[in-house]
Design a protein around this ligand. Structure first.
Ligand SMILES: Cc1cc2nc3c(=O)[nH]c(=O)nc-3n(C[C@H](O)[C@H](O)[C@H](O)COP(=O)(O)OP(=O)(O)OC[C@H]3O[C@@H](n4cnc5c(N)ncnc54)[C@H](O)[C@@H]3O)c2cc1C
Ligand SMILES: *[C@@H]1O[C@H](CO)[C@@H](O)[C@H](O)[C@H]1NC(C)=O
Ligand SMILES: *[C@@H]1O[C@H](CO)[C@@H](O)[C@H](O)[C@H]1NC(C)=O
Ligand SMILES: *[C@@H]1O[C@H](CO)[C@@H](O)[C@H](O)[C@H]1NC(C)=O
Ligand SMILES: *[C@@H]1O[C@H](CO)[C@@H](O)[C@H](O)[C@H]1NC(C)=O
Ligand SMILES: *[C@@H]1O[C@H](CO)[C@@H](O)[C@H](O)[C@H]1NC(C)=O
Ligand SMILES: *[C@@H]1O[C@H](CO)[C@@H](O)[C@H](O)[C@H]1NC(C)=O
Length: 593
């Protein structure tokens, strides 16, 4: 019945707006040159409380009012005195940079600038470098910042359908949050109704899975996860079922959300493909109100768009099913060195000189300031050690350290991940480029790349270098089957640059940091080529011509799919397909003023 109501409402609205997009209800004319706080108004439509109440009644009371993650540490909320909660505050201080703790909170963001409204300074942050620093909270007013005032704790398709109906009736934008890892803050939006998929935590192992309606296409060993499941959960579950799940390099990134829909790389991707190459089926409620199954045999246009077009765009995913591999042992190379400037150049040269060969052998991993931790599911221990010969000789001759190991994936994950994964709870932004294999194949190209890495280290600190295979070895990763930019398929590295700021940095300083990352990305673009591609989940927030960089030739078709399934534009996020432009997102600082 609710679906019928939504359908007829949507039909009426589409007719009225002639297919155009509705304007969201908040006001946006924000002039960042003036001191601003009051100028961003989060205007709620008349009769909103009534509508919220009836929404809540249709979803069994799962509508929640949000409050800032760090509020328990403050004695003032929105200018009004409140009681601090010492016990909760102490827990927050202890766990400020803890993955599991943050993932359980709707209002938290792993990159907490998106808990704030950066452009207005409305915030409620602790000092991430020292969460017990009293200067961050004593006598300071806490504000909701960039977080949605209300959210639904999503349990079933009906919850999402009710949210679409509410959004269309009240002209309220929607936002979708899973774990809050998005580096562009796309899972938070002030003024929106949030949809939190965190509590969809079911997992099923299928010894023989056939995508629905694909009766004659064979069956696969697979795992189905609810949209709230994170990598630490699925890796453990896969290990318990003696299979290998190919996913990201983090405990708390979600399997089915932004990671999957944006591409989804992991350290085993050079051999086993990206997340989009391995997903077999997605269940999703599209903004036209339908609960759909998308796979190769049903809604194939949607299935294609969901494999690269990005999260928060085509609907709310409730579950996804992924191909798994035999639980084979993995070779691990942990090689570190003393990153003095003289040694840094040599380290970069070896990385650059040996990358084509390593990619051909199936190595993946991360290289960072400490050295590299690479893994390989194809080689024997002896072959692994031999192939890393130049790097181990380098490390040994400069007092570095070399450790080789052979472990099942889950043991590797448990032992290495906490020291190797990217930190959370820090105010950080990044930019990146997919570096084509061709850059590694000429002497001039290699030399240029080494100079870029040295420049990057000097300007912004050591880059994060993530190798990808230029030509995926498995049958996976066929260009055209997914909607990620085809540049993934000819890239050898995903090269990332990062920069941090402080809890009390001024808007000017924050803009400066985003700007420095943006400028470094232009240097990276010069080397990778003017039409080089970018991973849409780890791009510069201000990526120039992001449509081309994230999706390349797939962009136009993605826009068509977006219009088909979301004719009213109920879902929008920063630099997503159908994103409605920067003016719709007034909390992002403008770099051009
Ligand atoms: C510490 C850290 C480590 C990372 N490691 C990796 C890595 O190893 N490999 C890699 O590829 N990337 C990695 N990333 C990037 C990561 O892929 C992106 O941040 C991704 O957007 C996270 O998706 P999420 O759903 O977990 O996060 P969220 O921030 O909750 O969501 C991200 C986007 O997806 C949308 N979305 C979320 N849930 C749903 C849903 N159920 N239905 C529809 N849309 C949804 C949101 O609206 C948002 O647009 C890392 C990021 C961080 C901060
Ligand atoms: C609010 O909306 C309801 C249902 O549409 C209506 O019955 C009620 O009169 C409205 N109240 C106001 C104050 O507009
Ligand atoms: C929604 O209803 C539940 C149950 O009645 C209630 O506990 C909750 O506070 C309501 N949510 C909002 C935002 O009013
Ligand atoms: C070491 O590097 C040289 C020069 O780049 C290369 O020719 C050789 O194959 C590498 N050897 C090993 C064992 O990695
Ligand atoms: C990797 O090597 C470094 C340097 O020896 C060491 O500090 C670190 O603990 C190693 N990592 C693991 C998980 O063994
Ligand atoms: C890397 O290769 C270049 C030639 O392309 C060579 O000049 C340089 O010495 C090599 N570096 C190392 C550390 O092997
Ligand atoms: C920011 O906070 C630090 C630590 O609390 C303090 O030393 C510094 O002076 C502050 N900077 C500004 C600009 O307020």
């Amino acid at each position: 019945m609710r679906r019928a109501a939504l359908k007829s409402l949507l039909v009426a609205l589409v007719a009225r707006t002639a297919g155009g997009l509705l304007q969201p209800p908040v006001c946006f004319d924000l002039d960042q040159d003036v001191s601003v706080d009051q100028q961003v108004c989060w205007e709620l439509p008349a009769n909103y409380t009534y509508e919220l109440g009836s929404l809540n009644a249709t979803i069994d009371g799962r509508l929640r009012t949000s409050s800032p993650f760090s509020l328990p540490c403050f004695s003032n909320y929105n200018g009004i005195s409140v009681d601090r909660d010492e016990q909760l505050c102490s827990q927050i201080q202890t766990n400020y940079r803890n993955h599991a703790f943050r993932v359980d909170s709707f209002s938290s963001s792993m990159n907490p600038q998106y808990e704030t409204c950066i452009a207005t300074g409305s915030q409620c942050l602790l000092d991430w470098r020292n969460p017990r620093n009293p200067e961050a909270n004593n006598g300071i007013s806490c504000e909701l910042g960039g977080v949605a005032e209300f959210y639904i704790d999503v349990h079933n398709p009906g919850d999402v359908q009710a949210a679409y109906l509410f959004a269309a009736k009240t002209n309220t934008p929607l936002s979708i949050k899973n774990t809050g890892h998005d580096f562009m803050g796309r899972s938070h939006r002030r003024g929106s109704l949030g949809l939190w998929t965190h509590n969809l935590d079911a997992m099923t192992y299928h010894p023989a899975f056939t995508p629905e309606s694909c009766d004659d296409s064979g069956s696969f060993r697979a795992i189905t996860v609810g949209a709230g499941v994170t990598f630490d959960q699925v890796y453990k579950f896969a290990h318990d079922n003696d299979v290998l799940f190919i996913g990201g390099y983090s405990q708390s990134v979600g399997v089915s959300g932004g990671w999957l829909m944006g591409g989804g790389h992991g350290v085993l991707s050079p051999v086993f493909g990206l997340g989009v190459d391995r997903v077999l089926q997605i269940k999703i409620v599209t903004p036209d109100g339908e609960y759909r199954t998308a796979n190769a045999c049903q809604n194939p246009d949607l299935f294609w768009a969901l494999r690269g077009g990005g999260g928060g765009t085509f609907g709310v995913v409730l579950e996804s099913t992924h191909l798994v591999e035999p639980n084979i042992p993995i070779q691990i190379a942990n090689i570190s060195y003393n990153p003095a400037p003289a040694q840094q150049r040599e380290f970069f040269e070896i990385l650059v000189n040996d990358s084509v060969r390593w990619a051909g052998l199936g190595w993946g991993g991360h290289a960072n300031r400490r050295g590299l931790v690479y893994m390989n599911p194809l080689l024997s221990p002896t072959e692994a050690q031999e192939s890393m010969g130049n790097m181990t000789a380098f490390a040994r001759s400069h007092g570095g350290s070399v450790n080789f190991n052979t472990l099942p994936w889950y043991d590797f994950f448990e032992r290495y991940i906490t020291e190797e994964q990217a930190p959370v709870g820090t105010l950080v932004t990044l930019g990146s480029r997919l570096i084509p294999k061709a850059n590694f194949q000429t002497e001039a190209g290699r030399a240029q790349l080494v100079e870029l890495l040295i420049k990057q280290s000097a300007a912004l600190g050591f880059p994060n270098i993530i190798p990808l295979a230029g030509t995926p070895m498995s049958r996976l990763g066929v260009p055209g089957e997914t909607s990620v930019t085809p540049k993934w398929r000819s890239a050898l590295w995903h090269l990332v640059t990062t920069a941090w700021w402080n809890y009390n940095s001024t808007l000017e300083e924050i803009r400066g940091t985003y700007g420095r990352v943006h400028d470094m990305v232009q240097e990276m673009r010069k080397v990778a080529g003017p039409d080089s591609g970018v991973y849409m989940n780890e791009g510069d927030v201000y990526e120039t011509n992001h449509e081309e960089a994230y999706w390349g030739e797939n962009y136009a078709r993605l826009v068509q799919v977006k219009r088909k399934y979301d004719p009213l534009g109920l879902l929008a996020c920063w630099n997503c397909i159908g994103s409605q432009g920067a003016a719709a997102f007034p909390c992002y600082p403008r770099l051009d003023v």
